[in-house]
Design a protein around this ligand. Sequence first.
Ligand code: AHR
Length: 670
Amino acid sequence: MIHKPSLLLSLGLASALSLSAANNVITVQTDKPGAPIQPTMYGLFFEDINYAADGGLYAEMIKNRSFEFPQNLAAWVTFGDVTVQNDGPFERNPHYVRLASAGHNDKHTGLENEGFFGVSYVKGEEYRFSVWARPPQGKPAKIRVELENPASMDNSQVNAKQEITVDSKEWMKYEVTLKPDKSCKKGKLRIFLTKPDTTPVDLEHISLFPAKTFNGHENGLRVDLAQKLADIKPGIFRFPGGCIVEGTDLDTRYQWKNTVGPVENRPVNENRWHYTFQHRFYPDYYQSGGLGFYEYFLLSEEIGAEPLPVLSVGLSCQFQNHDAEAHVPVNELQPYIQDALDLIEFANGSTDTTWGKLRAEMGHPAPFNLKFIAIGNEQWGPEYPEHLEPFVKAIRKAYPDIKIVGSSGPDSEGEQFDYLWPEMKKLGADLVDEHFYRPEKWFLAEGNRYDNYDRKGPKVFAGEYACHGKGKKWNHFNAALLEAAFMTGLERNADVVHMATYAPLFAHVEGWQWRPDMIWFDNNESFPTASYYVQQLYAHNKGTNVLPATLDGRPAAGNEGQNGLFASAVTDKTTGEYIVKVANTSAEAQNLDIVLRGLGKKGSIASGTATVLSSDDPNADNSLENPDRIKPVTSPIDASAITPTAKGTYTYSTSLEPNTFYVFKFKKAE
Ligand code: AHR
């Protein structure tokens, strides 16, 4: 029961709650299902920002595992006789370390890795350590691997250890399991030559994963984080960004071909987010490529989302690069276009094609069934359509069924936006990616943004959005509420809006560059924000078709003129449900009648539920300490509150609490 305000009313406390006198009426025409809701609604935008990939979703615990950061020993501390060599077994990652005997029995030779904000391990859990190694002198060598707690003052510093005998003369992968007897959040991984009789050993690609990963993949993902993605039931999964697609410059753009094949041979790439707009620097922020395009496709499949890769259009990040020389001349775009064509082959090609074969070798002979590709991130100016055009031509020719996503630039309106939309239409883009990180006022005013969009043009991909509270650029409930309110407009315009993804997705509490974000985490735990739950409520209750709905007799557009109420309605033809979403963005409780019309002569409502997302403090959100502070609560609706009010019409009367998002679900009687 969510009848708290009604109860208070009957107790005569209405004035205490300052209930709005107006009786709001949402009228839903249940027998006139309109536009289908696309299966691609609602989705996820993934970018390696805020340590979302390395140090986040990608479960690797060792930083700079291949010694390929520009400072080869970044994230490592060495002791004794350790040297960096560069003729290793993996041509794109040639560096490795040589541990030579220190020559004295009282000295050790070895190295320690700091991990991502520490190597965090949990008592009793298993961790898979692996290393490529060889004894350069041919004589077997022994190393010891330890998980250690540097803060421990007693002899319990070492919480797990294993020995490995490196006895193959050739480079070989060795693997052991470490099972710590204590937990440690800020631990280290230490490897050293054992004494006595130390003989040199070469070590490359030093890796540590939790034994448990999402769906058990060896090169896998953190269970809690991947599960949170799956729990959204997303329709689309966009990867790998964001600005990192463009790179700080062309050299550091995201190149998908560097992220497939054996992980040991995937070159590292500087992360464009190694510094932030607030001028904080993360000099050690590199992409290992371990979470690469194969893993992204696999994840999309496993969480039930359509994959949406985004590739460089040959323009480097235009925020940072203002000269034409920073971009690829249009007549030199062929390698970039080929990358796009090869990517489609990698995803969909038969196993006797070059790239389809690689996909099969990596473990997925069946195609990934790619349907969409985006070219260019937040590009602008005439150079964008000029660059995009040859991609469109080549992709259309080779793969006429693939849908192409273009961009409307970084702004939700204005000169570039107005210029780019018609350009995208001219080029025949199937969808146009819009980005809006905007304040409260914007979200309140834009509930009807798509009501008058061209029905014959490209479809909309609301590809990056989040309410950035004025002076409150961090996660808090009110921002989530306004996102929910705005999203009624996405839902109502299902014929135009085909994809929508909140952004960014992830943030490490110790290493973020951008907020708000949807899911926060440290090395052990994670929590969904109120914005996460808004996305989830839409995704779980998206229905199959829009239903016509009015609010107080006017189209339920939602804006400040409608008592701060925003509403939309859908039906789910597969379950026989009518779903009404209402955001009360006002600070006042409000009475509401939901009138369900067109149920048929004998039609009636059998049952209903109300899901409520609210917060006692609009400035609050969840946290590691209090992960469940804000979450949706579902209760059955008292059937007696749903009454027949005319032939084929049932009315549900309720009261809406201030600043609250509701999802009402009504099931038609059989
Ligand atoms: O989501 C963070 C950044 O915002 C993305 O990388 C970029 O596309 C946008 O400017």
